[in-house]
Design a protein around this ligand. Structure first.
Ligand code: ADP
Ligand code: MG
Length: 394
């Protein structure tokens, strides 16, 4: 079973790439389901069919589904939300405000992850293709299993015990709403649902993330940041898809400057994501809609490769927590020769090994920690960061 996640900045071609990959997997005989977590219904537009919140048959061996995060949330979270509304009301928020406060940002999207898990475990599918929302939301979403399990492990068991003990007393002395067992039950069920999600999405043999970019400065910068964050949370990116390249057939002088600029950006994509493969697709004459156009797009992107297989197996960047802080391990396609220089400028780690230079966008959590040490061994650079972040401006 494979799970392929597509993400990137808005409008770069995520849905197109996801739909094309899915149809190509189905054509090769794999039972494939493509799902969209993006509330904009562009997956349906891409296939030019109507989709619902249940898998719909769209081509031979291919099903597509528009996940309805809101609906899923209502199903599993209603009891907890009602309780939170009571608490906020009690604390003095008025009705509407309490209702709003009770919605944890991003929580609705999180329920789409539980759908992924259900499908992955069902044994019905060979490939799950997920068309994710634009990057910022995706990152927040993918970091939530970690954040929530941290919270649940520390707060939940304790919260429950305390609640059991003080519940009756509290409700007598004050009117603080006490969570009933239904609330704990719902929280626990939700947590259990979420529990295996990280196991599936964090397992590189199962899940690959593909970053879709266009040869434009801002898009590339965002994708590089995404790449770092995904590595930080333990997700494996296996390829970059550079979409909307001006076709080689276009040689009108008016486009000359654009072409030069794109070539420059392509060089920075290749360098910035090295050693990940960079797959390419040219800008087509018209929008890419319908199965046949999607097949052609997949052919262009993957060529002879099997889109279901991991495109790259090693892990170019790993960020892990260690006792003393964080450790960043970076595969550098450099030799061990030459001296090593590691510096940091405005949230980027600048690495120089002999004549080679490389920069890595650091996530906020690392950019404010001091660099403790850096070493290069067997083509792997290890940088350790201190335990507590420096104050901003310090
Ligand atoms: N290589 C391409 N050539 C022409 N049109 C494209 C190409 N890639 C995407 N499009 C079109 O651009 C629009 C946005 O693409 P989409 O895949 O929905 O982006 P995203 O999901 O990243 O927002 C769609 O109408 C799609 O058909
Ligand atoms: Mg889309």
């Amino acid at each position: 079973m494979r799970v392929l996640l597509f993400t990137g900045k808005g409008g770069v071609g995520k849905t197109t790439a996801a739909a094309a990959t899915a149809i190509s997997c189905a054509d090769s005989g794999l039972r494939t389901l493509v799902m969209s977590t993006d509330p904009a219904h562009s997956l349906a537009d891409s296939f030019d069919v109507c989709l619902s919140t249940e898998p719909t048959d769209v081509a031979r061996g291919l099903w597509a589904q528009q996940l309805d995060a809101q609906e899923r949330m209502e199903e599993s979270w209603a009891e907890v939300r009602d309780y939170l509304v009571d608490v906020f009301n009690w604390a003095g928020a008025d009705g509407l405000e309490a209702e709003e406060l009770s919605v944890i940002p991003g929580l609705d999207e999180l329920f789409s992850l539980t759908d992924i898990k259900t499908h992955a475990r069902s044994g019905e599918w060979d490939v799950l293709v997920v068309d994710c929302a634009p990057t910022a939301e995706t990152i927040r979403l993918l970091s939530m299993p970690d954040v929530l399990s941290w919270y649940m492990e520390r707060v939940f068991p304790l919260g429950r015990r305390v609640n059991r003990l003080v519940g009756p007393v509290l409700s007598r002395v004050s009117s603080l709403p006490v969570a009933g067992d239904n609330v704990f039950g719902a929280t626990r069920r939700f947590y259990d649902q979420l529990d295996g999600v990280k196991d599936i999405l964090g397992d590189p043999a199962t899940t690959s993330v593909r970053l879709v970019v266009n040869p434009e400065r801002m898009v590339i910068a965002e994708a590089r940041r995404t790449y770092t964050y995904l590595s930080l949370f333990g997700y494996r990116v296996d390829a970059v898809i550079a979409n909307r390249l001006l076709p080689t057939a276009v040689n009108d002088p008016w486009f000359k400057k654009w072409k030069d600029l794109q070539a420059e950006h392509m060089a920075s994509i290749t360098e910035g994501f090295d050693p990940l493969p960079v797959l390419r697709a040219e800008l087509a004459e018209t929008e890419i809609v319908g199965a046949d156009r999607l097949r052609a797009f997949a052919g262009e992107v993957y060529g002879p490769r099997n889109p279901a297989e991991p495109m790259h197996t090693s892990s170019p960047m790993i960020i892990e927590r260690v006792d003393t802080g964080y450790r960043l391990r970076l595969e550098l396609p450099f030799t061990d020769r030459g001296d090593l220089d590691v510096g940091r400028v405005a949230g980027e780690l600048l690495i120089r090994v002999g004549p080679y230079r490389r920069s890595v966008m650091l996530p906020d959590s690392l950019s404010r920690r001091e660099v403790r040490s850096a070493s290069l061994k067997n083509g792997v650079l290890t940088v350790t960061f201190g335990g507590s972040p420096r104050r901003r401006g310090a």
